[in-house]
Design a protein around this ligand. Structure first.
Ligand SMILES: [Fe+2]
Length: 291
């Protein structure tokens, strides 16, 4: 039986490594391989009928070569620069207004919502009301509308987006009783979405965003600490006067309201006004122009 590399009867077998790098198979026994061995095949000139011994030897070599001969040995290298480059990051823009400002906005919103719910029975636990989607056209919402427009300009500038104009395509209030949450969803047919918080006590003060790369969970090792770089769902903490904006395609959800009061938030969507008229046209020059 073959138990060690030196036991391997190299004089009788020729071992070839087929490498991940795609190089042609080459002999690796007893020579040191230059890349990780994924498959070992062998050609035996004379192994007789003892196939068991040959298979054992291959399994042993595959294990040992993979562990003892990594792809590159960098232990003697001096690293001049090392960095983790965040490619294709997904942003959530989070803004907190000062109390003196959000109190003005929120008082008007609360008064309008009281008016809209005046003839309604008390909201039952687990239930929610949503208003019409054109709150941004109401006088009482003009301060919030102005805040949303300015925040949107900042986001578009941050992303260096070229555009003519944008508009709020929908803006509605969510009044959530205790134990009411909102399942995972996106806001289709818009570029940006956002939420402004009028009332979000502790226990009702989070919004969760899901990693938009489902393939990353195929391999999910344990981690020493959860972070935005290794978690599947990121939680943003909000409070009264918080404005959160995010790509409309980014899936999100809201945990059930575990506070003692209703959660009141104003959700909105943003889209480019001239999207089909101008922005969706091809952005390249034709070689053959119409005559
Ligand atoms: Fe949403």
């Amino acid at each position: 039986m073959v138990n060690t590399l030196s036991d391997f009867p190299a004089d009788r077998f020729a071992i070839y490594a087929v490498c991940d790098c795609g190089q042609m198979p080459r002999p690796v026994a007893p020579a040191r391989p230059k890349c990780c061995v994924s498959v070992l095949t062998f050609a035996a000139n004379d192994y007789g009928a003892d196939n068991t011994q040959a298979v054992t030897a291959i399994h042993y070599l595959c294990d040992r070569l993979t562990r003892e001969y990594p792809v590159f040995d960098t232990s003697n290298f001096t690293v001049e620069k090392k960095e983790a480059v965040p490619l294709f990051p997904t942003f959530v823009w989070n803004m907190q207004l000062k109390r003196k400002d959000y109190e003005v906005i929120n008082e008007k919103i609360r008064n309008k919502l009281k008016e809209l719910t005046a003839d309604k029975p008390a909201l039952e636990p687990g239930k929610k009301w949503q208003t019409d989607q054109e709150l941004h056209k109401l006088e009482e919402f003009q301060e919030l509308t102005g805040l949303i427009y300015n925040a949107t300009k900042d986001v578009l500038d941050f992303l260096k987006v070229v555009y003519d104009d944008f508009e709020i395509t929908g803006c509605w209030a969510n009044i959530s009783a205790i134990r009411n949450g909102h399942i995972h969803h996106t806001h289709p047919n818009n570029y940006l979405s956002g939420v402004y918080y009028v009332q979000a006590d502790k226990g009702a003060n989070t919004i969760s965003f899901d990693d938009p790369r489902p393939q990353t969970y195929i391999i999910k090792p344990a981690v020493t600490e959860l972070s935005a770089e290794n978690t599947r769902s990121a939680v943003i903490t909000v409070e009264e006067g918080t404005l959160v904006m995010f790509p409309a395609w980014l899936q999100h959800s809201v945990q059930p309201n575990m506070s003692d009061r209703e959660r009141i938030s104003i959700a909105f969507n943003i889209m480019f006004t001239s999207f089909s008229e101008k922005m969706s046209k091809p952005q390249w020059q034709a070689d053959l122009a119409f005559k």
